[in-house]
Design a protein around this ligand. Structure first.
Ligand code: P6P
Length: 333
């Protein structure tokens, strides 16, 4: 053995797995009896399976359109359908979730686990039109403790609690590396997937957003349709020499802005007068994460988390990211 190398350096620790981290933090979970921990593990499992299919997209028959439309009237990609099935199956088999809603399904999905204490709202695969061109895509999820009695069938009320009642929220980013980022209201933690071990390892213990930023993310092709306030703000950003970065994949744009400092904007436009993004399974969860990381999220008038939910697939304008940028824009409305 090389005498100059201390033995412990020959076998460096592999790091903290998601499972170990959840168990260690379980004391911080409300009602810490392990169910929420198991639910997060179920989500991570589905993410690992979907990650594998995304990574082989060009080699197996999962690319391209499925030949149907979802409840939003959007053409479903094959991987949209696959991801939806994978998450529904993982949450059904995990046993902790009594019901869920998905971007891909119009109605509530009942798992049969009526004793499950949680409900989940999710976008199984956001940005899936980018799959064919190998651009990062993501899963977004939001978790609530049910308010209806356990043992009964969940109802719409379980999903209409409002953004500040989320007990956990997160996303999985299938990018140059695959990351799972989540919060339970005690800061934001990021995990990077090690394919060789099949585990998520803690890589960003305390993710925080810079107070301000110089990156704006919006579809410039819609610029002329934006409200005047937004156009004026973006003109100011350009005068200041800010950087425009827009991947067309919300999770990827959100994650980059979370790390580097920036703001994502999806304002109302004539073809989407309430904005494009959905409140319950895109905006609420990302707003929860943004606020937990020291950032902010609003619809131009109020915090995203304070918007009253009225129906499962409602949309909202979204301005989310660095607190200073969101507050400056908000001050102009
Ligand atoms: P547009 C993907 O469809 C998505 O929901 C987000 O991931 C993305 O930021 C946005 O829509 C892109 O929309 O209208 O700019 O193509």
């Amino acid at each position: 053995m090389n005498q100059t190398t201390p033995p412990q350096n020959l076998a460096l620790p592999v790091g903290v797995t998601l499972d170990r981290y959840i168990i260690r933090k379980q004391s911080a979970f409300p009602f810490a009896t392990g169910e929420l921990s198991q639910l997060l593990r179920d989500i991570a499992l589905a993410g690992k399976i979907i990650n594998r299919e995304i990574n082989r997209a060009g080699l197996i028959d999962v690319v391209g359109g499925f030949g149907a439309q979802n409840v939003q009237g959007e053409n479903q990609q094959k991987l949209d359908v696959i991801a939806n099935i994978r998450f529904i199956r993982a949450l059904k088999n995990g046993g902790e979730v009594c019901a869920l809603i998905s971007e891909e399904d119009e109605e509530i999905i009942f798992t049969g686990n009526d004793h499950g204490k949680y409900v989940v709202a999710m976008d199984p695969l956001d940005g899936s039109s980018n799959i064919d061109v190998n651009v990062s895509i993501g899963t977004i999820f939001s978790i609530y403790r049910r308010i209806t009695p356990t043992g009964t069938r969940a109802t719409l009320d379980d999903f209409m609690q409002g953004g500040r009642k989320q007990v956990a929220a997160g996303y999985i980013l299938y990018g140059s590396s695959t990351m799972l980022v989540y919060t339970t209201g005690h800061g934001v933690s990021g995990f990077t997937y090690d394919h060789s071990l099949g585990e998520f390892f803690l890589s960003h213990a305390e993710l925080t957003s810079p107070d301000n930023g110089t990156i704006y993310s919006c579809n410039d092709g819609n610029f002329n349709q934006y409200p005047e306030t937004v156009r004026d703000y973006l003109a100011t950003c350009r005068e200041r020499g800010y950087t425009g970065r827009y991947i067309g994949s919300l999770v990827a744009d959100f994650h980059r802005n979370l790390i580097k400092g920036g703001m994502y904007l999806y304002p109302p436009i004539p073809k989407a007068p309430s904005g494009k993004l959905r409140l319950l399974y895109e905006c609420y969860p990302l707003a929860f994460i943004a606020e937990q990381a020291g950032g902010s999220a609003c619809d131009g008038y109020r915090s995203i988390l304070d918007i009253e939910p009225t129906h499962l697939h409602q949309r909202t304008p979204l301005y989310i990211g660095a607190k200073g940028m969101v507050e400056e824009l908000l001050s102009r409305f």
